[in-house]
Ligand binder design. Structure first.
Ligand SMILES: Nc1ncnc2c1ncn2[C@@H]1O[C@H](COP(=O)(O)OP(=O)(O)OP(=O)(O)O)[C@@H](O)[C@H]1O
Ligand SMILES: [Mg+2]
Length: 113
């Protein structure tokens, strides 16, 4: 199991969601966050209001997947979020030790989807 964490431009969320659903990835957590990349927000000012300290509005996706879904999930996020511009975002993949569905008590891979 892996946890795929993606930080994307807010205006790409709908496109990313469409691409994820096309590969049957429907379960996700979406959070509005502030972030800064290597430009510290400076070159992205023209896209919208600059936040204090160089932090810009971004959207974070948290998606827990079984191994077979790791690459399809990464590819879908990339396809939906990539414009070729600075600030397009980043994808992090981390090992996921456990998943427990609280309603049923299921654990592990069968609790993910
Ligand atoms: N190393 C990192 N650690 C944690 N969060 C990061 C890291 N790099 C990027 N992020 C998050 O991802 C968001 C988007 O990053 P961004 O796409 O600007 O990365 P970048 O490395 O600056 O690449 P680019 O040069 O293409 O802009 C940041 O605003 C921040 O929230
Ligand atoms: Mg950047």
């Amino acid at each position: 199991m892996k946890l795929v964490i993606a930080i994307i431009q807010p205006h790409r969320l709908d496109a990313v969601k469409t691409e994820l659903e096309a590969v049957q990835v429907n379960l996700m957590t979406v959070t509005n966050v502030l972030g800064q990349g290597r430009q510290k927000g400076v070159t992205e000012i023209y896209r919208g209001a600059k936040e204090a300290g160089g932090l810009l509005n971004k959207v974070r996706l948290d998606i827990a997947v079984n191994e077979d879904f790791v690459n399809p999930t990464i590819d879908a996020i990339f396809k939906g979020a990539h414009t070729g511009s600075l600030g397009d975002g980043k994808i992090f993949v981390v090992e996921l030790a456990e998943c427990i569905r609280i309603s049923s008590g299921e654990r592990g891979g069968c609790a993910i989807g």
